[in-house]
Write a protein that binds this ligand. Sequence first.
Ligand SMILES: [Ca+2]
Ligand SMILES: [Zn+2]
Length: 285
Amino acid sequence: MRFSLAALALANAVTVLAAPQVDPGRFSCGAPEPSAEHVAISQAFAKDEAMAIANGTVTKRAVTTIDVYFHVVASSTAASGGYLSDALLNAQLDALNAAYAPHQYQFVLKGIDRTVNAAWAVDGNGNELTMKKALRKGTYRSLNVYYLKDMGSNLGYCYFPTTATAGSTTYIRDGCTVLYSTVPGGTLANYNKGHTTTHEVGHWLGLYHTFQGGCTGSGDSVSDTPAQASASSGCPVGRDSCPSQAGVDPIHNYMDYSYDTCYEEFTPGQKARMDSYWAAYRAGK
Ligand SMILES: [Ca+2]
Ligand SMILES: [Zn+2]
């Protein structure tokens, strides 16, 4: 992860003063570093998933349908203020569905709302919970995505599934915050095919970055994503940042940091992990 939660808060505190622009050459995700406890849960899932494969007892799932609420939080009603149109948001939904359809996840758009609030439209200045208290819809199995005008140096962040009591801070905070210009047809070059949202929703479904943990140890706790020393940038075909480990870097994986046009897949192991987290933490909630 590029940012710990504390570092993220600090970076964003600086953002308020300096307002650095996103480096268009670089993807950057602000999802929090998974806790040791969360990694232990992923490791336990990994064991169960491997055993199910070995025993031939993998549960065949029907399509999982996920209700989605898109919240546009803009600084003005101008397109340049982040005021996304229905057409752009529908294109975003299509991109998300195209990425997840091979893994039996379907996203159904339940609502779009738009808020013009210059303070809320800038991430990291202490308004996250207030904004989400006002806007969040559905339950813990519903996906809420907040499209903001200004995310500082990040393109997005999202929270991992965990135990969350309705009404708690953890519950209210749940969801994804994404830079408005990353939607298909958006203005952010190289990252405007909608897959920042695809990447962030991967976190929401329990996935870590493919470069989590670097070359050694349990990495991202998924056995079929090759170990990776650090995030990729662009589309570096053949990159092999852990030469002593099997496989080249998974640069085409949605959980790396590649260009949108370079992203192609989740692995069967990641699909199994999303299913494990969904069943344990979000289904029926
Ligand atoms: Ca791995
Ligand atoms: Zn990420």
